[in-house]
Design a protein around this ligand. Structure first.
Ligand SMILES: Nc1nc2c(c(=O)[nH]1)N[C@H]1C(S)=C(S)[C@@H](COP(=O)(O)O)O[C@H]1N2
Ligand SMILES: [Mo]
Length: 364
């Protein structure tokens, strides 16, 4: 496998094999689109070495005609589109859940398993239409060319999205990220980008697309990326019963100040990101310095990218002392966030969207 990819020296590596890395909050919040060198990497297995000339994408299952497409065919024979979209891992903020109770065997993400990029490629629906979608096809299932090892079996990471989502114009088969060819760790030569859904559905190193009546039977659809009630654990989980994750939930994160930062008394800038899922949009972000008794409404950065995060900022007036700054977002369906991590704890550690909390000390 390729060596450590060219990443920013400030990146925090959570594991080397498989490679998992996230940027620190203050670097993540520096720009609306995340430079590739600061974009989080979430791998479950190897980074495959793929010969772009011999690469073929196959499309099959419930289609009128099976297709096998080279990269040139995908680039030249199909319309191109660009979507500015945020990817967020369902495990983002898992560290906060790990403080409630241990979550063994999962990546200890802080709040950097998220990033926004300009993805250029072909709308997935163009390729599906060329293959001809059969009426019974309800899900588009993707498999990658990587190798994940699980219970002595090696297989490619996979997952699916419902057919209505697959036929929606924002879902792309991307070959460029921020105007550059995709890098190996982000899925070169071709990956899915499914905005509004958990990152796991944006399958990298895409080998095939299969249209089918049921969601993907890949381990990462049938076992991982499901939410269970707090009393259920690895031993007692009935995998058929878990809630299969799809659309992201509403979430706000404070990027500045950083945790345990020392700030000076007076107006203190508080900055962060907010995101929600599906077709919803972030409508408001609230910030409190007194544990939620009183709130300040943050300013949302202008912008009209329906599939991207909203950056936000506000000023809070602090006098000397210790503070916990908290933030929560509201979306266009009036969803907001639960107060405590305890309220959303689940044994796999997914979808923590409890109020984000940062402790700071303020000096005179
Ligand atoms: N083939 C493949 N695709 C994959 C993964 C993987 O391990 N293998 N990880 C998924 C997960 S869980 C996430 S959050 C995103 C991360 O994309 P990134 O590494 O480009 O940030 O890729 C998804 N696609
Ligand atoms: Mo993920």
């Amino acid at each position: 496998m390729p060596n450590r990819p060219e990443k920013h020296p400030g990146m925090i590596f959570r594991s080397e094999q498989p490679l998992n890395a996230e940027p620190p909050m203050e670097l993540l919040r520096q720009s609306f689109t995340t430079p590739a060198e600061l974009f989080f990497v979430r791998n479950h297995g190897s980074i495959p070495e793929i010969d772009a000339d011999r690469y073929r994408l196959s499309i099959g299952g419930m289609v009128q005609r099976e297709l096998r497409l080279s990269l040139d065919e995908i680039r030249e024979q199909f319309p191109r589109s660009t979507v500015t979209a945020t990817l967020q891992c369902a495990g983002n903020r898992r560290q906060d859940l790990m403080e409630v109770a241990p979550i063994p065997g999962e990546v200890a993400w802080s709040a950097g398993a998220i990033g926004t990029a300009e993805w250029r490629g072909t709308p997935l629906r163009e390729v599906l239409q060329a293959a001809g979608v059969e009426p019974g096809a309800l899900h588009a299932a993707f498999t990658g060319l990587d190798e994940v090892e699980m219970e002595n079996q090696a297989f490619g990471f996979g997952g699916s999205i419902p057919i209505e989502k697959a036929m929606s114009p924002e879902v792309v088969l991307a070959y460029e990220m921020n105007g550059e060819p995709l890098t190996p760790e982000h899925g070169a030569p071709l990956r899915v980008v499914a905005p509004g859904y958990i990152g796991a559905r944006s399958v990298k190193w895409l080998a095939n697309i299969v249209l089918q009546a049921e969601p993907s039977s890949n381990y990462y659809q049938t076992h991982a990326y499901k939410i269970f009630p707090p009393q259920v654990d690895e031993e007692t989980a009935d995998w058929e019963k878990g809630l299969m994750l799809g659309e992201l939930s509403v979430n706000a994160v404070i990027c500045r100040p950083t945790y345990e930062e020392a700030v000076s008394a007076g107006p203190v800038p508080v900055q962060g990101y907010a995101i929600t899922g599906g077709e919803r949009s972030v409508e408001r972000v609230d910030v409190s310095t007194d544990g939620g008794e009183t709130w300040t409404t943050a300013d949302l950065q202008e912008g009209n990218d329906p599939w991207a995060w909203r950056l936000w900022e506000t000023l809070v007036d602090l006098s000397p002392g210790r503070y916990e700054i908290v933030a929560r977002a509201w979306d266009s369906a009036a969803n907001t966030q639960p107060e405590l991590a305890e309220q959303v704890w689940n044994f796999k550690g997914y979808m923590d969207n409890s109020w984000h909390r940062i402790e700071v000390s303020c000096t005179g």
